[in-house]
Design a protein around this ligand. Structure first.
Ligand SMILES: [Zn+2]
Length: 291
């Protein structure tokens, strides 16, 4: 009887493990997209002890949903070409670890349109000190993203736009800065006058407020589980590093600081060290918001 029970357990465990699947949506995603990942497929909801994962060099934070599925989000690097692979490591109750993979197709980058530089300066002529300063600013921003993986998830409601005003430039838009320099717009621009209010996109902890060379006065909010939002070209921050902010709280005032020709809010988002499209967070499927 004991032997039979052991055999049955072994069969049940292997059957459960064999069904493990990692599903990614969308299966074809633009550079900078936020994708939804789901690990599922066990006969029994309690077959799995934990799920970890990795995509594009960033850890994935799987959460156990009521349905017995495990859900996470991941970021497609803006420089991704052809495809990105996501992996999940499923630890079963019996101690076995299964690895499941999914591939996300990344179509060739085609900028929606090329905008002459009018509102937002990513590039102007920089001397070597300027180049070094920008590298240092970028490193600080990436570090905030990396540290966010160690912050518990603080968001359980949908992300909201930081302003309700017109969006004047979307993520991924092509930019021509002069005849031979081109870049992609790695954020979303919102119309605003100096002094207009900027709202926190979701609950989080203020990670940094400081002055960057190109982005001017910046404020970063760490929402935890790898997600960070950034607010650029501000005239004033209304909160300080370490403050917990609620979703929709007034956190800053629109400005024209940094290398800009006019006031507006540039809104950035990160998944870990990766720059991602914040509007994908706003549009996130509710099941991934409240697993
Ligand atoms: Zn911008």
């Amino acid at each position: 009887v004991l032997l039979r029970a052991v055999l049955l357990c072994a069969v049940a465990a292997s059957a459960a493990a064999a069904q493990s699947r990692l599903v990614v949506a969308p299966a074809k995603a633009d550079p900078g997209a936020v994708v939804r990942l789901m690990v599922q497929g066990w006969a029994r909801r309690d077959s799995v002890r934990s799920v970890a994962g990795e995509m594009a060099g960033e850890p994935l934070h799987f959460v156990h949903a009521d349905s017995g599925r495990w859900l996470a989000i991941g970021g497609v690097p803006v420089e991704a070409a052809k495809s990105v692979t996501a992996r999940a490591y499923v630890t079963l109750i019996n101690g076995r670890v299964d690895t499941v993979r999914a591939r996300i197709e990344v179509p060739p980058y085609v900028p929606p349109k090329v905008e002459p530089l009018t509102v937002d300066t990513g590039f102007t002529k920089l001397d070597s000190a300027g180049v070094a300063r920008v590298a240092s600013d970028n490193a600080k921003a990436r570090e905030i993203g990396r540290r966010s993986h160690d912050t518990p998830r603080l968001w359980f409601e949908p992300f909201i736009k930081p302003r309700s005003s017109v969006m004047t430039s979307m993520f991924g838009t092509g930019r021509s800065f002069n005849t031979d320099v081109r870049s992609r717009h790695n954020g979303t621009d919102f119309r605003g006058k100096v002094g207009d209010t900027v709202f926190a996109s979701n609950r989080g902890v203020v990670a940094l407020t400081t002055d960057f060379l190109l982005a001017g006065t910046v404020l970063y909010v760490d929402h935890g589980a790898g997600v960070v939002t950034g607010y650029f070209h501000l005239s004033k921050a209304l909160v300080a590093a370490g403050d917990t902010v609620s979703r929709g709280q007034a956190i800053a005032l629109v400005g024209a600081s940094g290398r800009v020709t006019g006031s507006h809010l540039h809104w950035a988002a990160r998944y870990g060290a990766l720059t991602v499209n914040g509007m994908d967070l706003v549009a996130l499927d509710p099941r991934w918001v409240r697993p």
